[in-house]
Design a binder for this molecule. Structure first.
Ligand SMILES: NC(=O)C1=CN([C@@H]2O[C@H](COP(=O)(O)OP(=O)(O)OC[C@H]3O[C@@H](n4cnc5c(N)ncnc54)[C@H](OP(=O)(O)O)[C@@H]3O)[C@@H](O)[C@H]2O)C=CC1
Ligand SMILES: O=C(O)[C@@H]1CCC=N1
Length: 275
């Protein structure tokens, strides 16, 4: 099977993370093209990864291209109006990473027959450690599902969802998740510095603790709760620290994921697909 041309609409943070991972996966630079209004980000991608840098305007695409929408959710109606005909004439598979925007909204813009996959990757894709949730509409063929699986499996782990409504939860958990983990790292570092540890050591200790724990949990069949109990000596230091975390962490996690998922639904409601 010939490799499909992968066409990015948008050259920002998410496009960069995916392209970086794809290049490490061995996808050739010229097999990836990136469209954006300014040369700022797409020019840098062309220089760094050897991809084709193209203006935002739609162009004729090779048959069976895979088009990845990686511009902002609210820009979708205007952008898809521009691209609709090129997508149709290439029988392109359309993959959207836009938070919140439903497949029904996309097919309203592109036509019912357009095969659409919603993908929610995250930025660790740039080092091949991403987590991507995928949802395919009924018009996506088994071969097209395989193609999408291959693309995203090359930049991390892939999870197919069968209920589109849960894409907002996947977004709240994994799409936004790297920011929560980074905030947690910042908070641990700051707290250790407050106790007198120098910043360089505090950052390195926090980072290695989170990294090592995630790797240990991934390598172990025991649940996170079981592994946590292995750290926690009765009456010891961990129990004292955990008592403080337990006061607030679970309700906070629930509120944070609820707020993020709700924002996804609002982004969807704000979109005027009739524009
Ligand atoms: N950042 C993340 O962690 C994740 C983001 N996403 C989704 O990815 C999408 C992009 O987010 P992110 O990368 O963070 O955003 P950025 O702001 O970093 O990038 C947006 C890109 O869209 C480009 N753009 C603007 N207008 C057009 C147009 N008319 N045609 C083509 N490209 C255009 C911009 O061009 P220019 O370079 O000229 O400014 C820019 O390259 C969003 O839909 C978001 O929901 C999904 C998962 C995770
Ligand atoms: O913040 C956002 O809206 C995007 C989607 C998930 C991560 N970043």
């Amino acid at each position: 099977m010939t490799e499909p041309q992968i066409v990015f609409i948008g050259a920002g943070n998410m496009a960069r993370a995916l392209i970086s991972g794809m290049r490490q996966q061995g996808i050739a630079g010229p097999n990836i093209q990136v469209h954006a209004p300014s040369n700022l980000h797409r020019g840098a991608l062309a220089e760094e990864f050897g991809v084709r840098s193209c203006p935002a305007q739609a162009e004729k695409l090779p048959e069976n291209s895979v088009v990845i929408y990686a511009a902002k959710p609210k820009q979708m109606p205007a952008v898809l109006k521009e691209w609709r005909d090129s997508l149709r004439s290439a029988s392109a598979l359309f993959v959207s990473v836009a938070a919140g925007i439903s497949s029904a909204q996309i097919t309203t813009l592109l036509g019912e027959e357009t095969p659409v996959v919603r993908a929610m990757p995250n930025t660790p894709a740039q080092i091949g450690a991403g987590a991507t949730s995928l949802f395919a509409t009924a018009t996506v063929s088994a071969n097209q599902c395989d193609t999408v699986q291959q693309i995203f499996a090359g930049v991390g782990k892939v999870f197919w969802l069968h209920d589109e409504a849960l894409m907002d939860t996947a977004t709240a958990l994994a799409g936004s998740g790297p920011a929560y983990v980074l905030l947690f790292l910042e908070a641990l570092e700051d707290a250790a510095v407050l106790q007198g540890l120098d910043r360089v050591t505090a950052r390195a200790l926090a980072l290695q603790t989170v990294l090592g724990t995630a790797q240990m949990a991934a390598a172990n069949s025991a649940s996170p709760s079981e592994l946590r109990h292995q750290v926690t000596s009765p009456g010891g230091t961990t129990a004292a620290g955990l008592a403080v975390w337990e006061e607030q962490l679970r309700p906070l996690a629930q509120r944070a994921l609820a707020a993020a998922a709700e924002r996804g639904r609002i982004l969807s409601q704000l979109l005027k697909t009739t524009a």
